[in-house]
Design a protein around this ligand. Structure first.
Ligand code: C5P
Length: 251
């Protein structure tokens, strides 16, 4: 169960990231690295965190560019030992297929597993009004999310990142094998004061809806005792009557 949680390392530098990994990895071994940490520290941060005890690294850079550019970037990420990575489904089928092909080729050449490719549908910061007013789309947000989730499935992605509200609908179109990752998780022990997340769920709710992996950041990072917060989260997840994930144990 603890392998189904990514701790979001939304911290400003290498020292704090290593401190968090050392404190938490014995309880929660998988970590998500976002743009801030990656752009500050560079690709070496992946190996540094693994040396500090991280078992799996999810690199959340949300790639979106022409197919050739994204495919070449994906090949580099396969080289540096990333285990999961994100790209925007709205980049289109050719972009996603090219990324998958290059990830496979580069990983095979190195004799290691390729990164699992996770598609972002619509960001949780996007709402229906923005879709209409700014992006000129008449499609309701919930339908747009499903359409992009289907496109991602048909373009060779391993899974998607969606909010807890969308999990059950996305699970229906993906079936049991797709990997569904859900951020915006708020454990019962956490008081979310001044927090910007809106479409939140408890770990038990998200898992019950069909999530395979949860992303949890501030409920752990804001705790004065990192290890205790990780243990409280693990206990809360273990306590529920949770379904077994189809992708448990990967990578
Ligand atoms: O601190 P918190 O638990 O809200 O962190 C959630 C993490 O998940 C952050 O790193 C955030 O960027 C990421 N995320 C999100 N919503 C998405 C995609 C990623 O909150 N739709």
């Amino acid at each position: 169960m603890t392998e189904r949680i990514f701790v979001a390392l939304d911290v400003d530098g290498r020292e704090r990231a290593v401190e968090v990994v050392r404190a938490i990895a014995p309880v929660l071994p998988h970590f998500k690295v976002g743009m801030e940490l990656f752009y500050r520290c560079g690709p070496d941060i992946v190996g540094i965190l693994k040396a500090a005890g991280a078992k799996g690294i999810f690199l959340d850079l949300k790639l979106h560019d022409i197919p050739n550019t994204v495919a070449r970037a994906t090949a580099v990420l396969a080289e540096i030992g990333v285990d999961w990575m994100t790209l925007h489904a709205s980049g289109g089928r050719r972009m996603m297929e090219a990324a998958r092909e290059q990830a496979e080729k580069r990983a095979a050449a190195l004799g290691r597993p390729r990164p699992k490719l996770l598609a972002v549908t619509h960001l949780t910061s996007t709402d229906s009004k923005m879709l209409v007013d700014e992006l000129g789309s008449a499609e309701p947000l919930d339908r747009a999310v499903i359409r992009l989730a289907v496109l991602a499935r048909d373009s060779g992605m391993d899974g998607v990142v969606v909010s807890a509200q969308e999990v059950s609908a996305v699970r229906r179109v993906w079936g049991p094998d797709g990997v569904i990752v859900v951020p915006g998780i708020r454990p019962a022990f956490y008081r979310a004061e001044g927090d910007d997340q809106r479409r939140t769920a408890t770990p038990a709710e998200a898992l019950k809806q069909g999530a395979d992996y949860l992303v949890v950041g501030r409920p752990i990072l804001r705790s004065p005792d990192l290890r205790a917060a990780a243990e409280a989260l693990a206990a809360e997840c273990e306590g529920g009557d949770l379904p077994v994930s189809p992708s448990e144990g990967s990578p």
